[in-house]
Ligand binder design. Structure first.
Ligand code: ADP
Length: 262
């Protein structure tokens, strides 16, 4: 069995949770940032590791993409967002955010390990790891080498029906990593004029399918144009001001599956 990595002596991390998706574009990074925001609003100390090394998007969502992480003798310092979430991403280390990262798998996996061991995270209640989509190298490294307390799987309603998520769930099972639950993103659209819920992808079968897979649903997040706008503007932390009840519901469901870590 591969020994799990330990954080450096400047870090004390209570719970490590990875966020996975079967494929790209389903809103995995957005959901990771929203989960981080929800936990931070509850008063927890939160860090986000952007392990999507070749397609990092976390700094942009928090509007910190122009900042740079600094290193000293103790390690690499994460960058703080406006509400104090600590972020580490390759985008915060390279000169230009539009430079491609042309690395082979082992180098990418090593970077993810180093993001855990060499970043001075300090005291964190939760470290969220935004994994790249799919079941590749980085997901394997995270499940094998990092002390994960569990994973959250993000899916769109369609992918759930097509069972694309099943690969992620099966990988977690094979690797003995607990699955905390599914977040169904882009679940429905609620008309702001009449309040009617429109199931754009047809009637959701999420509950039925999740039950079949033996997994719980953590949240159903609607398609929300305000959301897209805040993400584009790097102000995702303000989502609670627009849709407080959604963020609040997300926090309570998260607490049920991940447990308080204060
Ligand atoms: P992934 O990490 O799965 O590749 P992203 O989180 O980068 O996906 O999201 C892809 C795009 O979809 C982004 O432009 C994001 O703003 C948008 N998006 C994600 N979730 C929602 C949602 N619930 N409502 C509206 N737009 C969303």
């Amino acid at each position: 069995m591969i020994e799990k990595e330990k954080p450096n002596e400047k870090s004390n991390i209570k719970k490590v949770i990875a966020i996975m998706s079967g494929k790209g574009g389903v809103g995995k990074s957005t959901v990771t940032s929203l989960v981080g925001t929800a936990l931070k609003e509850e008063g927890y100390r939160v860090g986000i590791m952007d392990a999507d090394i070749t397609g990092p998007s976390i700094p942009k969502l928090f509007g910190i993409n122009k900042r740079r992480a600094e290193a000293d003798k103790d390690g690499i310092s994460p960058v703080n967002t406006s509400t104090g979430i600590k972020v580490m991403s390759l985008n915060l280390l390279i000169d230009r955010e539009d430079s491609p990262v042309i690395w082979r798998g082992p180098m990418i996996s090593n970077t993810v390990r180093q993001f855990f061991t060499e970043v001075t995270w300090g005291h964190l209640d939760y470290l969220l790891i935004d994994l790249p989509p799919g079941t590749g190298d980085v997901s394997l490294t995270a499940m094998q080498s990092l002390p994960l307390d569990g994973i959250i799987v993000v899916s769109s309603p369609q992918d759930l029906v097509k069972l694309i998520v099943k690969k992620s769930l099966n990988m977690a099972k094979i690797m003995d990593t607990p699955v905390l639950g599914i977040v169904e993103n882009m679940s429905y659209f609620q008309c702001s004029e009449c309040g009617k819920r429109i199931n754009i992808f047809g009637k959701s079968r999420v509950e039925e399918i999740a039950k079949e897979m033996g997994i719980g649903i953590i949240a159903n997040i609607p398609i929300d144009p305000d959301f897209t706008e805040l993400c584009d503007e790097g102000r995702i932390e303000l989502y609670g001001k627009i849709n407080y009840s959604m963020l609040n519901d997300l926090s309570s469901s998260l607490m049920k599956v991940i447990g308080g870590a204060k």
